[in-house]
Design a protein around this ligand. Sequence first.
Ligand code: PLP
Length: 400
Amino acid sequence: MAKSMISKSVAGISPSATESTSFLANQMKRQGIDIISFAQGEPDFDTPDHIKKAAIKALEEGFTKYTDVPGIPELRKAVVDKLRRENGVQYEDSQILIANGGKQALYEVFRTICEEEDEVLIPTPCYVSYAEQIKLTGAKPLFFETKEENNFRPTLEEVQESYNPKVKAFIINSPNNPTGSVFKEDQLKKIATFLINRGVYLITDEVYEHLIYEGRKHISVASLGEKEKEMSITVNSVSKTYAMTGWRVGYAAGPKDIIQGMINLQGHATGNINSIAQKATVEALNGTQEPVQKMLQEYARRRKYMVEKLNQIKGIHCQFPDGAFYAFPNVSGLYGKKYDENVIDDDLSVARFFLEKAHVAVVPGIAFNYPDYVRFVFAKSMDEINEGLNRIEKEIELLY
Ligand code: PLP
């Protein structure tokens, strides 16, 4: 029998569920069907002009060669300045790595610190790529469920119950994708202290830090004290904040030896990230932050509109998210309903019902290890939100 062409580790990962939903929606679009997609987690805004201009300037000046693997010095410095100014944490330039998006930075963290027997503790619902990236290193993702009545915030008790000595790292994602949940400082401190005392690293994914509503405050765990800083690796990116998803710029900050390991890994895997995108990111971080505020105001309007409207639809119940640009309603109220020959009996079938009947794409909660919910993106125009939710409401009315 021929040997399998695919390695065990790659055979063990599943395709990104958010991407496959978008893929299906795009396929229907190509068939001429008018799909409204709330599936893709990215801003609908264009990258602000002053950032694009910095890229054009770099290109015109011929800034088109390889750069230092961990990033150009002015960008590493801009990240150091940003982390001090906005997050209250002081790093040296050598503690910063510029990667191809937060995604690559995360993968490199796991690859650098995880051994085969290790476990990485992840509160759910969680971002789709953590578990698969961890599995690729040979380590094991260890999930525990947060509860809606706690606003999806992990509690110390849940962490204590889930902890075992194999746990090497804990993932903090605040604001969270898909719930928007934001950690409170006292809770973060307690959980961090419990874990640090057991030698557990804190991997903190802060890509939504600026998208936060109603006076909530983002706290970087690394800013809570020297020990917290020594034991945490902060991952961030310009994708969501600056509407720069396609530019692929992210970064990591952390202990020197870990960052150096990640640099060595990246040096052989991809090398430096795109030189022009690095120049654009210097401008994003150092230049005016006015466009960010404008986008935030618009997201706040859409958040209110979407969540209020979702709560008016039969069978759907939705909390207001503290941050990010996702609504994550419970849809189990629709279970047992029938359409055509189908019975709605889980979040996947709800997503299928929305797509087939209302031509609206959402991501089922199972993609985030949290069934009975679906994720809607509100980084969409008000018209699309209105039309998409009207379609869903109309189709649901027909079920009753
Ligand atoms: N972390 C979270 C929680 C995300 O939602 C995403 C993107 O959706 C990423 C990281 C990666 O984003 P990027 O690679 O574009 O920086």
